[in-house]
Design a binder for this molecule. Sequence first.
Ligand code: PLP
Length: 412
Amino acid sequence: MPTDLAACEALDRADPLARHRDAFELPAGLVYLDGNSLGALPRATAARVADVIRREWGQDLITSWNKAGWIDLPRRVGDKIGRLVGAAPGEVIVADSTSINVFKVLAAALALRPDRRTILSDSGNFPTDLYMAQGLAALRADGRRLRLEAPEDVAAAIDDDTAVVMLTEVDYRTGRLHDMAAITAAAQARGALMLWDLAHSAGAFPVDLARCNADFAVGCGYKYLNGGPGAPAFVYVAARHQDSFRQPLSGWLGHAAPFAFDTSYAPARGIGRYLCGTPPILSLVALECGVDTLLEADMSAIRAKSERMTALFIDLVERLCAGHGLELASPRAAARRGSQVSFRHPEGYAIMQALIARGVIGDFRAPDILRFGFTPLYLRHVDVWRAADTLRDVLATRAWDAPRFRTRAAVT
Ligand SMILES: *Cc1c(COP(=O)(O)O)cnc(C)c1O
């Protein structure tokens, strides 16, 4: 591990991904370690979205649904995301938000396992996934229920009453990875279906849904896919399941023939039935720019750099900040963590605000987690150094211990 700034500069000179940083607009002097929550802006996005607004919308108006291919965007961008997550063409579509996609595929999964009552998840899962499962169970009011186990106990808890196992591969707090292939195999061995949330996986490192034999997956457009705030999400349904049930949000764009204007719903064949209403074209165009910047790079090189950066950050923080009460919350083994590093500290919120005030942006997750996301396409090893060194300074000077850093904002 490098021990000083010069060694980090040497790593940057040897970095095969270094040129990709130029594909992003990044404010000078800022170290952005929150691309796991809102990805950075690709340079191509503003001009492309402006062209869609001025020309495709402004000049060509409604003809753009055909002429500019707007109607095909959910599938086209879905197929591009499919290349990042190991799905075949026609298995991924862009639609709605991750929360809504969780609802759609959970409902589909329950329909495929009518004799089983349980949606099984882990207590560390991201709350919206759990809330959507609770909402679906309440709506059905037929004894279906959400059961939660500790992350390390979830595989052993799969039983003959489990309809679907719903897990997020990367724990949003700690970055701990679940073993997708092993848990999927365990679920399917008991006759259950497997739903993976790839919110912190897609675009962060290689994912292979086909090799894992996953049944369903969902994921976010605005995190590592760099699609912009509120970008639409994606949903994956293995080809073998696509035509075997309906999803409940049976909007017209999921209909087999939306422009027949029939009074009865008949689902489209294939992944198209996972659409609901009219897609947000401006956001989809921005998402496509984000996905394109990732497709320019090699995912295994992204993973290699991510492992190197997260290991470097852990090493630097533990050395430079020793004695200030930080405790590593992420797995120490690089192979067991996603592209983030988290530390616990009782004053985590104020420390993070002090870091942000000094131009190092991470985020805070209650109750005590300082979270740092590493996006290899646009971060350098010198940024890792600066983040660790700034954290050292904030702790050593107690700069965080000021009233203005303790006032909680609406979004943490
Ligand atoms: C970020 C995230 C979401 C976000 O869902 P939205 O519907 O886009 O707000 C869902 N699940 C997980 C695991 C996440 O990390």
